[in-house]
Design a protein around this ligand. Structure first.
Ligand code: LLP
Length: 382
């Protein structure tokens, strides 16, 4: 298929860089608003960790989503991009004092608390300021997800959240504290989840916990089920906007909300994943003993997912229409894992060709590093 990239404009930008298709991003956001909007009380937050490019954040904020943050830096990025503080949630197993203070000063919607000592510190810091912090407890639901082991988060063995057995005790503690208000329960089972059955399993667990709490006369204001909806890395153009209708319908069908409760989501990858590509230039085509290499100017410092998770990103040669040949596509970093793809069929490659590594809008630019004293890649919106 002929690529739809604006090649001439891309040619003039120094590679490697991230290309973002804002039309696709906006379509994705409109679909989310339409599909979540079918259900009263559904609130969608964008997981800033997926991509904190300020212009991307601004577009997402303009469409009315809230923000889900995991560090003071992300809270700041969200506020700078204009997200209203009362739509900012802040999770994370290790919140520093200054990060908690930042949330308190700005009056964020909620801290998602992951341990007893953290709860105590939030209570103390809020008391010093004469504030009451809204807190939700992140409960580890011990629900597995059919995804890569490095990105499951909801199993008992993971470091995240408070064990279910401790939930009652922690809630009682919070109710005795003067400077925290217990408002919700938070869950997140993992990322790149395509099997709706995994979300159904989470719903069932939340229902059980809610029933248990209702028997104790406790009804929280909100439930937050995290994010995790996956995207199609094999076929980035087949369903570029993920199936949000099925995703929200699954929660609507299986999660029993108590009267007056709101249901919050924290979606990252499914919002920004398909709108971004890493654009890189072929430096050399090298004939090895048994295969040929396309050596490109982007490396694992620009997109670490293949090296870190053996993740697949579709590679396209967007400037050649010649017959295909087979290449290992590799970067310039001094690490054997600096490989974007092995035995990939691409239109014959020449020095100077542009390749696109697709589906790189989420956890791409934001995970870039300066290893080998490399410059961080820039992002350009089209
Ligand atoms: N909420 C919480 C509490 C999370 O930990 C995460 C992701 C999200 C929401 C957003 O999940 P999403 O909708 O994007 O799946 N770097 C990895 C992904 C790590 C995800 C961490 N948590 C990757 O490149 O695949």
């Amino acid at each position: 298929m002929k690529s739809t990239f604006p090649i001439e404009r891309l040619q003039s930008i120094r590679t490697p860089f991230y290309y973002y298709d804002t039309t696709l991003l906006r379509n994705t956001l409109e679909t989310i608003n339409q599909e979540a909007g079918r259900y009263e009380n559904f609130c969608v937050h964008y997981a800033v960790k997926a991509n904190a490019n300020p212009e991307i954040l601004r577009i997402i904020r303009e469409k009315g989503l809230g923000a889900d943050c995991v560090s003071g830096g992300e809270v700041k990025a969200a506020l700078d991009a204009g997200f209203p503080a009362n739509k900012v949630v802040y999770a994370g197993v290790g919140k520093s004092d200054w990060e908690i203070e930042l949330g308190l000063e700005n009056g964020i919607f909620c801290f998602n608390v992951e341990s007893v000592p953290e709860l105590e510190v939030i209570n103390e810091l809020a008391a010093l300021r004469g504030k009451v912090a809204h807190v939700a407890f992140r409960i580890n639901p011990n629900v597995g997800a059919h995804t890569h082991a490095n990105i499951t988060t909801g199993l008992a063995e993971n470091k995240f959240g408070i064990a279910m057995e401790d939930m009652n005790r922690v809630i009682d503690m919070a109710r005795d504290m003067e400077n925290v208000k217990f408002v919700g329960l938070h869950f997140h089972i993992g990322s790149q989840i395509l099997d709706m059955g995994d979300f159904v399993a989470l719903c069932n667990r939340v229902n059980e916990l809610q029933e248990h709490l209702a028997n104790r006369g406790i009804i929280v204001e909100h439930i937050n089920v995290g994010g995790g909806l996956g995207i199609d890395y094999q076929h980035p153009d087949r369903q570029a906007v993920p199936d949000f209708a099925a995703y929200f319908a699954t929660y609507h069908k299986h999660l029993r909300l108590q009267p007056g409760q709101t249901l919050h989501f924290e979606l990252g990858r499914s919002i920004v994943g398909q709108c971004g590509s890493l654009i890189t230039r072929v430096l050399y085509v090298k004939q090895g003993a048994h295969k040929q290499f396309a050596i490109v100017d982007a490396g694992m410092t620009d997109l670490i997912r293949p090296a870190l998770y053996q993740a697949y990103h579709k590679i396209e040669n967007i400037t050649s229409e010649e017959p295909s040949e087979t290449y290992d596509v590799v970067g310039p970093i001094c690490e054997s894992s600096d490989v974007f793809g092995k035995a990939i069929d691409l239109p014959r490659c020449h020095r100077g060709d542009l390749l696109a590594l697709r589906s790189a809008g989420a956890y791409g630019e934001i995970m870039a590093s300066g290893y080998n004293c490399r410059t961080l890649p820039k992002g350009y919106l089209f």
